[in-house]
Ligand binder design. Structure first.
Ligand code: PLP
Length: 406
């Protein structure tokens, strides 16, 4: 399939706006992605023509809304190649998916003293839910260290397993430094110890082909807004054998078959984990976003972004005194850097004056920044609707900032 950049660009209305009188250059895609017109239209169409509650109405629109909601489940099932629709749970996002997992998995499978393995490069949303379980249930957290390039120490990872290890919960792509972790190898090592794996795919789902059956991944979490869909919606994929055994995370409507004050019977998968009225328009919008990604091809997206990353890395490296944080061999399309000690918030503000949006701070990943002795970096993250001209504009502004402060 041909990668038609001009067509793609025209499909994102926000990218044609101006910020402070300058053409808008959006390089904060790791925080959230912009939305194509088909997603925007789909949500508007839902509220103007379909809006109804799902799963419980006999009337026409309720059935239509249910059909569209369930169609999104199938789109996502096919996108990640899950074996069954029942393995796709809609949540509020990655954070919600991991909290569901931590609560429900730990309740079913973990006792005091049991261990979960995380890594040094986790997002806070894959640290804190486990710390809550550590407080509530006495589970223990073990942490895989990383080398100076920002790659996982696989030998150290292997040495962390004990008879008490019950789960590996690990980031696929680092939002702070861009490292792509070797998911297949991690899963195969964990399985050789009889331990299942949860992959945090918040930063990989929009860049890399994910086939959960090929990976033999047990659980996968991602957010809709990182893959060109709406905010407030996400997915937890889980193998049926686990989800069937795990207790519900929340109680309420839709997750039950029958309720009495003596005994309540829970609904079957996936509804057991979807209590209450869900984000219907969000789920339908997410389905539309994934169809849009399919129409371009995730492999085409990966290849285009890889070329852009290589170009941006070589250009950024030409800036005197710049230090790229995270130099893994396998990286996704983001660059975190320190510019001669200039405070990232100053850099972010000055770039904003040139119409360029980047992220500055600790990227909800304090432990890994701490490992590099930093409290903040500037992060430029790219999507397939960015191009080399935008990278050149970033470099020009950074050179200006560098001259100003040094
Ligand atoms: N995990 C990673 C790697 C992330 O980058 C993020 C968000 O930046 C999250 C989890 C949390 O995602 P959300 O805020 O959409 O729940």
């Amino acid at each position: 399939m041909k990668f038609d950049f001009d067509k793609i660009r025209s499909e994102f209305p926000i990218l044609n706006t101006k910020i402070k009188g300058k053409p808008f250059i959006y390089l904060d895609n790791a925080a959230t992605t912009q939305k194509p017109i088909c997603v925007i239209n789909k949500i508007q169409e839902y509220y103007s023509e379909v809006n109804s509650n799902i799963h419980r109405g006999v009337h026409y629109l309720s059935q239509k809304a249910t059909m569209e909601y369930e169609k999104s489940r199938t789109i996502i099932q096919k996108f990640i190649n899950a074996a069954s629709n029942d393995e796709i749970i809609f949540t509020k996002g990655t954070t919600d998916s991991i909290n569901l997992m931590a609560y429900s998995f730990a309740k079913k499978y973990m006792q005091s003293g049991d261990e979960v393995i995380l890594s040094m490069m986790e997002h806070h949303s894959n640290i804190v839910p486990w710390q809550i379980q550590a407080e509530d249930r006495g589970i223990k957290i073990k942490v895989v260290p990383i080398n100076d390039n920002g790659e996982l120490d696989i030998d150290a990872f292997e040495s962390l397993f004990t008879s008490k290890t019950k789960l590996v919960s690990i980031i696929h792509v680092s939002n702070a430094i861009g490292t792509i972790n070797p998911a297949k190898e991690i899963i195969s090592i964990a399985h050789s110890h009889g331990v299942p794996v949860l992959l945090d795919a918040a930063q990989s789902i929009q860049h890399i082909k994910i086939d959960v059956q090929d990976l033999d991944c047990d659980f996968l979490a991602f957010s809709g807004h990182k893959i060109y869909g709406p905010t407030g919606v996400g997915v937890l994929y889980g193998k049926k054998k686990y989800l069937n055994e795990m207790p519900p995370y929340q109680g309420g409507g839709d997750m039950i078959l029958s309720v009495s004050f003596d005994k309540t019977e829970y609904n079957e998968l996936p509804f057991k984990f979807e209590a209450g009225t869900p984000n219907i328009s969000g789920v339908i919008g997410l389905g539309s976003a994934v169809e849009y990604v399919n129409s371009i091809g995730i492999e085409n997206i990966y290849n285009y972004e890889k070329e852009l990353l290589d170009y941006a890395t070589s250009k950024i490296n030409e800036i005197p005194g710049i230090y790229i944080v995270g130099k893994a061999k396998e990286k996704c399309s983001l660059i975190s850097f320190d510019l001669n000690g200039v405070h990232p918030h100053d850099i972010g503000t000055m770039l904003d004056n040139d119409g360029i949006a980047v992220r500055t701070g600790q990227h909800c990943a304090e432990p890994i920044l701490c490992k590099y002795g930093l409290t903040a970096t500037t992060r430029a993250s790219f999507a397939f609707y960015n191009n080399k001209n935008e990278v050149d504009s970033l470099i020009k502004s950074l050179l200006k900032i560098n001259n100003f402060f040094n």
